[in-house]
Design a binder for this molecule. Sequence first.
Ligand SMILES: Cc1cc2nc3c(=O)[nH]c(=O)nc-3n(C[C@H](O)[C@H](O)[C@H](O)COP(=O)(O)OP(=O)(O)OC[C@H]3O[C@@H](n4cnc5c(N)ncnc54)[C@H](O)[C@@H]3O)c2cc1C
Ligand code: SF4
Length: 564
Amino acid sequence: MQAIRQQKSYDVCIVGSGAGGGMAAYVLTQAGADVILLEAGGPWDNLKDSAMLTWPYESPRRGGSTKERPFGEFDACIGGWDIEGEPYTTAPGSRFRWWRARMVGGRTNHWGRISLRFGPYDFKRKTRDGLGDDWPIGYEDVAPFYDRVDRLIGVFGSKENLPNEPDGVFLPPPRPRCHELLVKQAADRLRITCIPSRLSILTRPLNGRAACHYCGQCNRGCKVNANFTSTNVLVAPALATGRLTLVTNAMAREVTVDGAGRATGVAYVDKTTGADRHVRARVVVLAASALESARLLLNSRSGLYPNGLANASGTVGKYITDTTGTDVAGFIPKMTDHVPHNHDGVGGMHLYMPWWLGEQKLDFPRGYHIEVWGGTHVPGEGFMGGIHRYPPGGGYGKQLKDDYRRYYGATIGFSGRGEMIPNDDCYCEIDPRTVDRWGIPVLRFHWKWSDHEYKQSKHMQETFRALIAEMGGEVFSPMPTAEQGYGLATGGTIIHELGGTRMGNDPGTSVLNRWCQAHDCKNLFVTDGGPFVSQADKNPTWTILALSMRTSDYIADQMKRRAL
Ligand SMILES: Cc1cc2nc3c(=O)[nH]c(=O)nc-3n(C[C@H](O)[C@H](O)[C@H](O)COP(=O)(O)OP(=O)(O)OC[C@H]3O[C@@H](n4cnc5c(N)ncnc54)[C@H](O)[C@@H]3O)c2cc1C
Ligand code: SF4
């Protein structure tokens, strides 16, 4: 089909408005560039559309999930594991799940806002333990951008001077709540480092944004803009410059190139009409999320690039990772019948446990951090499901209602989030037989955890069980066996997928250079999780933001010098 071509040529075309794309739009428009941002999802604005402060009884569903809101109808993310008309496939024997957001701001509308810097060791892991690969850059290259991201967006935390857990420019952290104090006591006794968490939620007003009023509903989107979303912290100011054109419901199909192999723009489908369109630009920035950007490159085939754009090395879609994860929950008898008290806080944990065993010799490499959940939030649909596991074993009528009151808030949970090592069995490619509703070929995933990840999950399970025992509690579930993979979550489920367009110094083994610029196509960049060389035991988004800012500065500079 002939695409409708725009006459105008922009300085930069960005694909995707999440963390990576929003930051690129912010920095490039501030630098004076004329930018167009293509977003596959529709408009959604947390200031207006959030379900903040909605009571469960205000909806017949009581907040239960819907097809496009799998995490509940009040959750701020439109998208999910299965999007109608947008399939993906898995190779025989592989299990992988892919969460996709389809809205302005992407997953930053409902993410957990755990905002951790990678540490100096995380960029040079191969040098330290011989596994995976080093990044072509080090912590010192990214540190100034982490500082700028902290100051622009806001993150709370505490100065701890821990090795490989760099401190940031922090706002004061909120005080731990009752259940978190008990966790802290148990962690101290077990010598597990437990410190204030680091979340991008404002505990003080910042840059014209209000401070958090502790309603604890961050996943619904914040109506007062006190937590970070790309939509209202990055894209809105970019629009205010007058230099950003935001096109929603624009599903990018491929990056187009000229005879010299330079990117000329992006072909996309207008989802509202189904029409094929094309936008022209001097520079193309992909930020459609790590795996989707790999898909776009693999689908950008031409006579010059028969295996896809920027894929001379054959590594597009390779070296993909997800965070490892497993959970344990338990009942803490001493927290039953607690005195009603103010439990207000941010919509996330006030404490967490960074990796505390350093580089000790264990039976698995690298490490993980521990996230804490529990407490007395506003009860929602399905709350305290499984009450039969508490001592009275369930019941009916008044006794059951009394038990809900007695046991509410007496549950503690721990989630491990750890580092996977990239391996040759985890990659994505174009499925030759399946296309989406617009005829765009889809991704097929190959996935295989190695013993490293299984052993790490075993260590997580044992640690969480020890913590619950130390609190005098009872764990709800038996220890998962080796056959059950020690409870390791299916690949993709932790929703921290990275890689697929990794950076490196060697064009033969990487897609991008140290500026996240394609080795094979100088006016093409990637600013989502794709460029990551390794995963780290930290959540990735603060690093996506810092790298996107760094790459965008570089693009602005190169454009000024007319080198792009
Ligand atoms: C429930 C949840 C909790 C999380 N918690 C944390 C956390 O606490 N800390 C942390 O660091 N990370 C967390 N994450 C992960 C975090 O959300 C992601 O790392 C981050 O948002 C990725 O940003 P991105 O810009 O790469 O992608 P996205 O946010 O996914 O944005 C990509 C955008 O591109 C658009 N798009 C996709 N394909 C196309 C196309 N072909 N054409 C045009 N547009 C396209 C999408 O619609 C989307 O808006 C969490 C994720 C989830 C789902
Ligand atoms: S807890 Fe704070 S940041 Fe989160 S939604 Fe409520 S007011 Fe906003």
